[in-house]
Design a protein around this ligand. Structure first.
Ligand SMILES: Nc1ncnc2c1ncn2[C@@H]1O[C@H](COP(=O)(O)OP(=O)(O)O)[C@@H](O)[C@H]1O
Ligand SMILES: [Mg+2]
Length: 245
C-alpha cells in the first residue's frame, strides 16, 4: 500500500508552538522510508498520526490513493521499548493482534509457529518477555506486528536500545523480511547508518518547528553486502551533510 502525506501539520497546544509544519512525502507501495531528525522534533508524533493514534491539525494522508486520514486496519506498529505484555508468554504476545481479530485458535497456533521459526525464536514460545534478551524481545515484537499480515509497518526507533551486533543482525532480518513480503514500511531512527541501510528514501526533519529538510533517494538500498560498499559510505556522508545545513 502506498502512503502519501501532504502538508501535514500538528500543534498540540498553541502555547507549545508548532510541532510538525507542512510535512509532505510519498512512499510508493512496497517501498521503504527512513525518517531521521533531532530528538523532540516530532518523529513519534508523525508515526502516531500515520497509525491513527493521534490526529493531525491539518493536511492529508492518502493510503492507496484513498484519502482516509490514516493507515487504518492494514498497518502495524513496532515500538522502541518493544511494547510486549510481561504477563503474557511469547506465543500469546505474538498472537495478540490475531486474538483481537477473533482468529480461530488453530490458525493462531499455525501463524505463531511459522513466525517463531522465521524469526529464530524456536523453543521460546512458552517463555515470558523477561526471560529473553533484548534482541529476542524485539524479534517477538516484530513477529507480533507481522502476525496480522499488515501491508504497512510503522517502526519507532525499533533497534535503538539494542547493542551494536544485535542491532545489525535485526536490521538484516528486517531487510530480508521486507524482501520476502514487499510490505511498505516507515522506520524512524536517529542513526544515519540505519537510515541508509533500511530506507529507499531518507526523510530528514529539522528542529522545531519541524519541516522537511531533505528527501534523499537512496538507490543502493537493499544491495547485497551494502555495508561494505563505497556507495554506502558516500550516502552516509551525503545524509550527514544534509542534516548539518
Ligand atoms: N500528547 C502530547 N501532548 C503535548 N505535547 C506532546 C505530546 N506528544 C508529544 N508532544 C510534544 O511534541 C514534540 C515532539 O514529540 P515526539 O513526537 O515524541 O518527538 P521525537 O519522537 O522526534 O523525539 C515534543 O516537544 C513533545 O513534548
Ligand atoms: Mg520519539
Amino acid at each position: 500500500m502506498s502512503i502519501q502525506v501532504n502538508r501535514l501539520s500538528k500543534t498540540f497546544a498553541p502555547q507549545q508552538g508548532v510541532v510538525l509544519e507542512q510535512i509532505s512525502f510519498t512512499v510508493p507501495s512496497g517501498e521503504t522510508l527512513a525518517v531521521i531528525g533531532p530528538s523532540g522534533c516530532g518523529k513519534t508524533t508523525l508515526l502516531y498520526i500515520l497509525a491513527g493514534l493521534q490526529e493531525a491539525s491539518s493536511g492529508t494522508i492518502t493510503i492507496n490513493e484513498q484519502a482516509q486520514g490514516w493507515a487504518d486496519g492494514r498497518s502495524a506498529m513496532i515500538l522502541q521499548n518493544f511494547g510486549l505484555f510481561p504477563w503474557k508468554t511469547v506465543r500469546a504476545n505474538i498472537a495478540l493482534g490475531l486474538k483481537l481479530r477473533r482468529t480461530p485458535e488453530r490458525v493462531c497456533r499455525q501463524v505463531t509457529a511459522t513466525l517463531l521459526a522465521e524469526l529464530g525464536l524456536d523453543g521460546l514460545a512458552e517463555r515470558y518477555p523477561i526471560q529473553l534478551s533484548g534482541g529476542q524481545q524485539q524479534r517477538v515484537a516484530i513477529a507480533r506486528a507481522l502476525a496480522t499480515r499488515p501491508d504497512i509497518l510503522l517502526m519507532d526507533e525499533p533497534f535503538s536500545s539494542l547493542d551494536a551486533m544485535t542491532r545489525e543482525r535485526l536490521q538484516n532480518l528486517l531487510l530480508s523480511l521486507w524482501q520476502q513480503r514487499k510490505l511498505t514500511y516507515v522506520l524512524v531512527t536517529h542513526s544515519v547508518e540505519e537510515a541508509v541501510f533500511l530506507g529507499r528514501t531518507i526523510l530528514i526533519l529539522s528542529d522545531r518547528p519541524t519541516r522537511v529538510k531533505a528527501l534523499i533517494r537512496n538507490d543502493e538500498f537493499g544491495l547485497p553486502a551494502l555495508r561494505t560498499k563505497n556507495c554506502y559510505f558516500d550516502r552516509i556522508r551525503q545524509v550527514r551533510r544534509a542534516m548539518e545545513v
